[in-house]
Design a protein around this ligand. Sequence first.
Ligand code: MV4
Length: 494
Amino acid sequence: MKRLLVANRGEIAVRILRAARELELETVAVYSEADADLPHVRLADRAVCVGPANPLESYLNQERLLAAAATQGADALHPGYGFLSENPAFARRCEQAGLTFVGPTSGTIELMGNKIASRKTVTAHGVPVVPGYQGSCEDLDALTEAATAIGFPVILKAAAGGGGKGMQIVRKPSELQAALESARRIAFQAFGDSSVFLERYLVQPRHIEFQILGDHHGNLVHLFERECSIQRRHQKIVEETPSTALDPERRAAMGEIAVTAARSVGYRNAGTVEFIVARDGSYYFLEMNTRIQVEHPITELVTGLDLVQWQLRIAAGEPLGFTQEQLRQRGHAIECRIYAEDPGQGFLPSPGTLSLLVEPSGPGIRNDCGFVTGNHISPHYDSLLSKLITYGEDREQARRRMLRALQDYTILGVKTTLPFLRDVLDHPAFREGTTFTDFIPAHFGQWHDPTDETGRRIALLAAALETCLSSHGSNPSTATHQHDPWTSLGAWQP
Ligand code: MV4
């Protein structure tokens, strides 16, 4: 492996290019016409424009990416996350072109992409899954019987889904038919595959995932967990490790199960096994993600390993240089996702020009950022600007460092999640570590920016305008009491 093409943009492209350069690989960046000024283009040895801003014509354009790899003489391709990272057809085309795809095989991506198939595979190897039914869901009678045996409430999920799309919670038998039709229609529209399956619906669960690394020599380890329960509409916004919900015994047991799940498909490279953890502490396999994840840095901080470098070293055939017993979790790490979105308006994307970006720094602070002052945040792409990650000897130190870093972070020109995250990190429930998947709707149902000065500014402008427009001296009361602030202040009165 000599020359790596990074088929992505933004912070993850920067992250991968840094790892590749430290390993002395030559690097090729790709970019769309909208992204020519982004940092990832400058960080690479070479850069190729792969098409217009529309991702379907650039970062998702398989022909253009494969052509760029061929003309630039790349022998490996890192897909990052999103875009083509979990597309088995693209991975297969890379394999067939003799281009090392930095990730698992196309067969593994395909198998794990189908939630019914992955459930069956891991179950056969003793991995616990949520009690459910993956038989033919077209037959309403059979489905009703299965749901009744499982016990209501139940949840319908798309086989080709993951990440929450098309899920339907069903509370009683009479709701099943409508929910089934809706779930199948949404699944077909989103994934072109209407197959769905059924699980018991767990109330107020936690979402905990385990990082996996497997090499080409049969070595497979887990790098402990990440607690990802703080989500809004199935998008994580704060992640941390270790989880406040696991004791050493449960952590070790879940880690072993995660390795078993990965081994059951002969997993290679970095991957993530997702679990749902019930309130009684029981845990169940949900799905496996076959890519590097957004939240990988917190694992790097507590293990001391560079996960992206290991992805590249594994892809080059190098064996893992350590065993499970040599791995330790040390300290605590928290990640906050900084999006160009308006948290006061339902997280509406806030594209625009970054008129100023000043990153926080100092002990235990890392900011994985894909943009600099002057860059345009395009509405064509995911609105993630950067990931702010803090490390501490313990959770409270990591939390306080995060609050300090969030205060020191300046982003002007677009609305961001920064003020919202300050309130999340300061919330008593977060301080206590009682983080469940309903954290945001439960504590931040309708949130308004406490530092938003817009209302005050409008009042001041209105007062100034009123003062200018009002004719002085014509009112006899002002003439007689001109030193009385209750009359002379006019519209400036509080
Ligand atoms: C569940 C669940 C409860 N029971 N599965 C959401 C993301 C996806 N990876 C799995 N998700 C869930 N799966 C069972 N068996 C609860 C969630 C869930 C959720 C479900 C509906 C609406 C909002 C949710 C928020 C977080 C987690």
